[in-house]
Every structure is written in structure tokens, then in C-alpha cells.
Design a protein around this ligand. Structure first.
Ligand SMILES: N[C@@H](CCC(=O)N[C@@H](CS)C(=O)NCC(=O)O)C(=O)O
Length: 244
């Protein structure tokens, strides 16, 4: 997972052995982390090829038409891209530890919430990439979004959105929740007041203890260092390798 990020000119790695799946990833991409979480929760063996997104190897376009990661190469040679499509595919194909609710209505409701979370993601990205103060509109979008999730968690009553253990909704929103502390450094100090989002904060603590989450979890120091390098125009994707 923490291997070097391959750049333009790097040779394409040979196909994985034994029909293993291969994930084209990047250690700091939250969308790729979604797929790591699903693969890890389901204990599906896979290998990882990390891609330098500032200097992509040409062959990545043969795998993913827009050169985006995550992209998952299957044992059939097909390649899927788009994190949510990959996550749904894996849940349907591999039945161990089902992540989506079995009830179609509950599953649809969870997917609507994942959609809704996109507004938080987009705003969070803008806040992190903008140097300076967060706008009132952005503050409101994030607060309203988080309020919805706080209420939802209270109504559902479980330790996780999916009940007693994390499910698809929990894992699909997790990568941005892992990075939430950065907002306090780069955004607004008041945004993530712990008393306002009590249930979400408790959920976040429980999530960070989940064995699946722990496999890809990075502490805020790494996220902050990476974001600083990104903002400086030189994303340091090999930050973890270089810090060893
Ligand atoms: N909607 C896509 C978003 C994936 C995405 O934006 N990935 C970024 C890295 S975090 C990427 O590949 N960026 C490179 C590029 O856009 O050229 C998904 O859910 O998989």
C-alpha cells in the first residue's frame, strides 16, 4: 500500500500472479482509499500499483480512460474505475462481509446519503486548497451537511450507520472524516466543534479503531504534510516512504 508512486517513463508492472485483483491507487487519494476499505473489509487479496498523479505513466490511460485513480484491474483483464462503482461491484461479486444493506430501500437511502456527502467533499476540497479564510457559504454547506449525518446517526441508534459494524455508508464517507482535523488548521476553528457533532465524533473514534480502517489510516500529521506539499505545487506522494 505504501509502495513508490510510479511516474512517467516507469515500466508497466507485469500482471499480478494467481489472478489477483490489482488496484491502481495513490496513497493520499481519498477516493482510492474507499476501494482499499472495501477490499480490506472483505479480505480480498489484491496488489497495489501507486501512481504519481503529477507525472502519470502513459499506460495508466490504457487502464482508466481519464487517467484517474482508483482503477481496479480484474482477473478477467477488465478494468473498472469510479470509486463508488468499484465498491458496488465488489460488494455484489464477493459475498463475504456484505457492506450494503440487504433491504433495497435501506440500500437506496444509504446511496442517497453517499451522494449527499459529495457536497461536503467538494466544499472541503475547496477549503483545503484555498489559502485564506473559509467563506460563509462553505461554512454553511459543511455545517448543514454534518448536521444531517449527526441526526441520521442519532435516528439509527447504532454505533455505526450500518448498525453494529461499519457498512458501505460508513466506509464511503470515512476517508474525508479521517482528514477532518485538517479543516481546523486550514479552515475555520469553529467548524468542527466537538459538542455540536457529538455522535459523529464518537462514530469517528469508533471507526479509527476498526481493523479495516486501521489498515489504511494515516494520522493527521501525514495528511497535513501532504496537503502542504500539494498547495506548494509539488505533491509529495512518497512522503511516507521518505519518512522511514
Ligand atoms: N469520481 C472519481 C474521482 C477520482 C479522482 O478524482 N481521483 C483523483 C485523485 S484523488 C485523480 O485521479 N486525479 C488525477 C486526474 O484527475 O488527472 C472516483 O470516485 O473515483
Amino acid at each position: 500500500m505504501n509502495g513508490p508512486h510510479l511516474s512517467k517513463g516507469a515500466r508497466q508492472p507485469p500482471p499480478p500472479r494467481g489472478g489477483k485483483l490489482r488496484l491502481y491507487s495513490n496513497r493520499f487519494c481519498p477516493y482510492a482509499q474507499r476501494v482499499h476499505l472495501v477490499l480490506d473489509a472483505k479480505k480480498i487479496p489484491y496488489d497495489v500499483v501507486n501512481i504519481n498523479l503529477s507525472s502519470k505513466p502513459d499506460w495508466i490511460y490504457d487502464k482508466s480512460p481519464y487517467g484517474k485513480i482508483p482503477a481496479l484491474e480484474l482477473d478477467t483483464g477488465d478494468v473498472l474505475y469510479e470509486s463508488l462503482i468499484i465498491a458496488d461491484y465488489l460488494d455484489e461479486r464477493y459475498h463475504q462481509h456484505l457492506l450494503h444493506a440487504k433491504d433495497p430501500l435501506q440500500k437506496a437511502k444509504d446511496k442517497l446519503l453517499i451522494e449527499q456527502f459529495n457536497r461536503i467533499i467538494n466544499t472541503m476540497y475547496r477549503v483545503m486548497m484555498n489559502i485564506g479564510r473559509i467563506s460563509l457559504d462553505d461554512d454553511e454547506t459543511i455545517s448543514n451537511g454534518l448536521n444531517t449525518f449527526e441526526r441520521e446517526l442519532a435516528e439509527r441508534g447504532g454505533p455505526f450507520f450500518a448498525g453494529n459494524k461499519p457498512g458501505m455508508l460508513d466506509y464511503m464517507i470515512w476517508p474525508w472524516c479521517e482528514r477532518a482535523d485538517i479543516l481546523k488548521l486550514f479552515g475555520n476553528q469553529h467548524l468542527l466543534k466537538r459538542d455540536k457533532y457529538k455522535k459523529l465524533m464518537e462514530w469517528r473514534n469508533r471507526m479509527s479503531d476498526d481493523p479495516t480502517v486501521k489498515r489504511s489510516l494515516l494520522d493527521s500529521d501525514f495528511h497535513v504534510k501532504y496537503l502542504q506539499s500539494h498547495r506548494a505545487g509539488m505533491p509529495d506522494y512518497d512522503l511516507i516512504l521518505n519518512s522511514k
